[in-house]
Design a protein around this ligand. Structure first.
Ligand SMILES: [Zn+2]
Length: 155
C-alpha cells in the first residue's frame, strides 16, 4: 500500500514524465511513474514510432526500465495522459497536467497484462490522474479480473 503523500509524489513524477512524451502521430502524451517495492520511482512516457507497431506505452516504458535494472516487484503506478500540441505535452501553470474535461488515461490491455507479470493483482495500485488533486485509484485485479498470469505456467 502507499499513502496519500506517496500518491501525490507519484502523480507529480508522472506529470513530469508526460512532458517527455514522444507522440508526433497520436498527439496524445502520457507519463507514468512506477514505484518499486523498495520505494524507488521509475518514470516512463509513451514513445511512438513511424512504423506505429513499434510504439510503446508510458506504463511499459516505466516497467521495462525498472526490470532492465533488475527490479521486479512494484507497489503502484501513476498515469497522466491526454492530448498534446505538436506531439508533446505543453507545460502550463499546472505543469504537465491534463485538462479537467479529458477522460482519464486508463492503461491499455497490453499494459495491464504486463503489470500482471510483475505485480500482485490484489495489492498493486493503479492511479490515473489529471493532476495531483484529481485522480482515481484501483487495484490491478479490478482492471484485469480473472486474469492469466505466471502461476498458470508454474512460475
Ligand atoms: Zn498500454
Amino acid at each position: 500500500m502507499i499513502d496519500e503523500n506517496m500518491r501525490d509524489v507519484l502523480i507529480r513524477h508522472a506529470m513530469e514524465a508526460r512532458g517527455r512524451a514522444y507522440c508526433p502521430y497520436s498527439k496524445y502524451a502520457v507519463g507514468a511513474a512506477l514505484m518499486s517495492e523498495n520505494g524507488e520511482i521509475y518514470e516512463g512516457c509513451n514513445i511512438e514510432n513511424a512504423s506505429y507497431g513499434g510504439t510503446v506505452c508510458a506504463e511499459r516504458v516505466a516497467i521495462f526500465g525498472a526490470v532492465g535494472e533488475g527490479i521486479r516487484t512494484f507497489r503502484a503506478i501513476a498515469i497522466v495522459g491526454g492530448p498534446a500540441d505538436n506531439g508533446a505535452a505543453g507545460a502550463s501553470e499546472n505543469g504537465f497536467a491534463v485538462p479537467d474535461n479529458e477522460p482519464f488515461a486508463w492503461p491499455c490491455g497490453f499494459c495491464r497484462q504486463v503489470m500482471r507479470e510483475f505485480c500482485d493483482p490484489e495489492s498493486f495500485q493503479i492511479i490515473v490522474a489529471r493532476n495531483p488533486e484529481d485522480y482515481r485509484v484501483c487495484t490491478l485485479a479490478q482492471l484485469l479480473p480473472e486474469s492469466f498470469g505466471p502461476e498458470n505456467l508454474g512460475k
